[in-house]
Each structure stands twice: as structure tokens, then as C-alpha cells.
Design a protein around this ligand. Structure first.
Ligand SMILES: C[S@@+](CC[C@H](N)C(=O)[O-])C[C@H]1O[C@@H](n2cnc3c(N)ncnc32)[C@H](O)[C@@H]1O
Length: 294
């Protein structure tokens, strides 16, 4: 079995070759192997009692995040979907002072769009201090406040969350960042199931074009969803950029794809919360990873 990291440019590799149980690229490829080694498989009777929220807590146990935020600010209640086309959300946000936000704003940047709780990105930031900066876009203010609370608690200086509609604010924010943009992830975006609401989906042509334009050559885009229709939609948009993007299995066949062209494994070394819940329910995760041509 080959090495997943070989398909990934050197400047991205350390982003994904991370925590001790995930040292070997092969282990990163095989999420089930990773899970089995980190968390012994529960016996059936135990398994019935385990809820997916507990699996999320276990996945992020390393972070040791307190629930002080909930005690101080109240619980974060999540409404199903926010309508990003609401007029108040169509206003671009102010560009942050990057020098105030990051210790070193010239480091390579990873952007996560629709970051949810932010724990996925915080986990990556904690693995790579002084190597990478991380920026999370999230449209629900309370999630952003809680994520920033955790960032302060962990004293991380390489991660920032913005309360922003990515469709409206991605380009202007990222274009002012002093360092190179090396990776953009869009993971389990809100599916907005009804056809008449598809225009609310975060992945739209202008955002796709901005991402492709903003990435450095060799930079990557990782998308996934547990909803086939939403995954196909993202895939169509990024496949349409094939003159500028190549799917990673074309560069390295060890980035295994199934017969339908979906990546078999999560290459990030950590799962997102939605991914954990969906896998717990037995859903398949549809993944694609693209690289900008040199
Ligand atoms: C289903 S959740 C997935 C969260 C996380 N990526 C995961 O996989 O666990 C989708 C997230 O995207 C956020 N979101 C939806 N539209 C957005 C937009 N236009 N800009 C920024 N965030 C958005 C939602 O508020 C929500 O937190």
C-alpha cells in the first residue's frame, strides 16, 4: 500500500500527518484502523448504548475543551439550516487585521467553509503551531463565539473564526491574507434538500471560481458530504474546473477511489462532527479532493 502523503504537496503534508496515533500515512488512509487503534471497538451491548455525541467527544478528547462556555453563555442550540440569502447575511464582513489575528500571518493558510463547532479545525491547528494558519467561516454567530472561546482557552495563535457568509465574504477576506492559500475544505455543507432551496447551498459557481483563483498552484480542495445529491452538486462544480484542477487519484493512484470516483478514505486524519454522526448511522461519506495544476 502506498503513501497518501505522496499525492499531497510538501507544504500541505504536515497538516495531515499529525497526532501520535495517526503517524503512518497508511493509518490516515484507513480510518477504521485508526479508530480501532485509538478506541477499542465496543462490544455489541455497549455499542447499543453509545450515542454518536459520545463518539464526537472521544474523537476530540485530545483537545480537552471545557464546557465553561455553556455555563457562562448558555447552550448552543442549532437550528437545522440558516438561510444564507437573508439580506443581513448578504453583507461582506470587514477584513480582519491579520497581524492581530495570527502570530505569523505569512504562514500557509487552510480555510474551512461552514466549520460548524470548529473542533475539526481547532484539532488541526493544535497539531501544527508555527507551521500553518487556519481560518473557519461559519454563518451561525453563536458557534463562532464558542469556537473563539475554545481558541482562547487553548491559547492557539494560528487559528481564527469569522462569522461570515462564505459565499459573500470568502474572496475579499482570502485575497487580503498575506500568505499562500494551500487548502480549502467544505465538509458536509447544509444540503438544503428542496430543489427550490438549492440556491442556498454554499457551493455556487462564483465561490468555486474564487477558491480556484485564490489557491496557490499545487493547493488543494477537499469536499465531502453524506448526502449524495449535495456531493454530486459539489463534484459537478469542481469537475467543471478540470482545465485548472485535477482529482488527486490522477496524481497518485494510492489515493483510492471507489468505482464511482469517490475517495474511499478521509485524508485529513480527523473526522468532522457531521461525518462522525453520519457514519454512526451507517451512511456513506462521498469525498473528492482536487489539486490546482502547477
Ligand atoms: C452540516 S454543518 C457541517 C459542519 C462541519 N463542517 C461538519 O462537517 O461537522 C454545515 C455548517 O455550515 C454552515 N454554513 C451554511 N451555509 C454557510 C455559509 N454560506 N457560509 C458559512 N457557513 C455556512 C452552517 O451554519 C453549519 O454550521
Amino acid at each position: 500500500m502506498g503513501c497518501i502523503a505522496c499525492a499531497i504537496p510538501r507544504f500541505i503534508r504536515s497538516t495531515i500527518t499529525v497526532s501520535p496515533p495517526l503517524k503512518l500515512p497508511f493509518q490516515i488512509l484507513c480510518r477504521r484502523t485508526v479508530s480501532a487503534s485509538v478506541y477499542p471497538a465496543p462490544r455489541l451491548s455497549e455499542r447499543e448504548e453509545i450515542r454518536s455525541t459520545e463518539l464526537v467527544a472521544r474523537e476530540y478528547a485530545d483537545l480537552n475543551l471545557s464546557d465553561k462556555f455553556c455555563q457562562e453563555v448558555g447552550h448552543v442550540r442549532i437550528r437545522q439550516h440558516v438561510n444564507p440569502l437573508r439580506s443581513t447575511l448578504m453583507v461582506p464582513v470587514e477584513v480582519p487585521d491579520w497581524n492581530g489575528v495570527y502570530d505569523d500571518p505569512t504562514l500557509p493558510l487552510m480555510v474551512d467553509i461552514g466549520t460548524g463547532s470548529g473542533r475539526f479545525l481547532i484539532w488541526l491547528a493544535k497539531q501544527n503551531p508555527g507551521l500553518r494558519n487556519y481560518l473557519g467561516f461559519e454563518i451561525r454567530p453563536k458557534l463562532v463565539r464558542r469556537a473563539e472561546y475554545w481558541v482562547n482557552e487553548l491559547a492557539l495563535k494560528n487559528i481564527h473564526f469569522v462569522y461570515a457568509n462564505a459565499t459573500v465574504s470568502f474572496k475579499q477576506l482570502v485575497s487580503t491574507y498575506p500568505g499562500p492559500l494551500i487548502l480549502v475544505s467544505i465538509l458536509c455543507p447544509d444540503p438544503h434538500f428542496k430543489k427550490k432551496h438549492h440556491k442556498r447551498r454554499v457551493v455556487q459557481k462564483p465561490l468555486v471560481e474564487s477558491i480556484v483563483e485564490s489557491l496557490v498552484p499545487g493547493g488543494q480542495i477537499f469536499v465531502q458530504s453524506d448526502v449524495l445529491d449535495a456531493a454530486l452538486d459539489m463534484r459537478d462544480y469542481f469537475d467543471a474546473e478540470s482545465h485548472k484542477l485535477v482529482h488527486v487519484d490522477r496524481i497518485n493512484p494510492d489515493m483510492l477511489c471507489d468505482n464511482e470516483g469517490w475517495l474511499v478514505n478521509n485524508p485529513m486524519g480527523i473526522r468532522t462532527e457531521r461525518e462522525i454522526h453520519a457514519e454512526f448511522e451507517g451512511s456513506k461519506i462521498f469525498r473528492r479532493m482536487y489539486q490546482k495544476q502547477w
